[in-house]
Design a protein around this ligand. Structure first.
Ligand code: GAR
Length: 207
């Protein structure tokens, strides 16, 4: 059984996609052992509660320094004894103490085809705003392992999505979620659960 901890900040539609695949029996030998949020009103928490998945909220404002907060987050994750951490709309940057201790054990879903439209400042709807502004015709989503950089880790899966002339950022965001994110995130977890991939020299290869 692959034990996963899911880190969220918002709506949790990617969390829901993982839950659905587990419920439908398509994602075998995977259990979500905790959902952790840095926002107390994240709708993702309600989604988890509906399935009796333990939830935790850790707010930066309850700690006097970032170091204390980072350590508390690290301790909290450790206490659930998870095999991998899944960032599913997690909009805070993980500290070094977590990325170093969970090397190649953290995956992230990003709403573009990395290395386009990624890195500092590119998250959520902002990604789609920039895609439309630049006039690219194809965008998509990427699942990758998380290293100490922002969106720089080894790429596991990508899926392309067309950009239409009359897209608004919201319309494009929805299409990227439906046609790419909700498919490749559970798929990447399945590949890890079935021990099908390995990281070699910063690249993900099939075993
Ligand atoms: C998703 O589009 C996800 O790819 C993005 O935030 C959204 C969260 O939606 N993540 C990032 O931008 C990370 N850099 P959700 O809460 O409904 O899953």
């Amino acid at each position: 059984m692959l034990r996963i901890g899911v880190l969220v900040s918002g709506g949790g539609s990617n969390l829901q996609a993982i839950i659905d695949q587990i419920e439908e029996g398509n994602l075998k030998n995977v259990s979500i052992n905790v959902v952790i949020s840095n926002k107390k009103d994240a709708y993702a928490l309600q989604r988890a509660e509906k399935y009796d998945i333990p939830t935790k909220v850790l707010l930066r404002k309850d700690f006097s320094s970032k170091e204390e907060y980072d350590l508390a987050m690290f301790d909290l994750i450790n206490s659930f004894n998870v095999d991998i951490i899944v960032l599913a709309g997690c909009l805070f940057i993980l500290p070094k103490i977590i990325t170093e201790n969970y090397k190649n054990k953290i995956i992230n879903i990003h709403p573009s085809l990395i290395p386009s439209f990624c890195g500092d400042g590119f998250y959520g709807i902002k990604v789609h705003e920039e895609v439309i502004k630049r006039g690219v015709k194809i965008t998509g989503a990427t699942v990758h392992f998380v290293d100490e950089g922002t969106d720089t880790g080894p790429i596991i899966l990508q899926k392309a999505v067309d950009v239409e002339d009359d897209d608004t950022p919201e319309v494009l965001q929805k299409r990227v979620m439906e046609e790419a994110e909700w498919i490749i995130l559970p798929k990447a977890i399945e590949m890890i659960a079935q021990d099908k991939i390995a990281v070699r020299e910063k690249k993900v290869l099939k075993k």
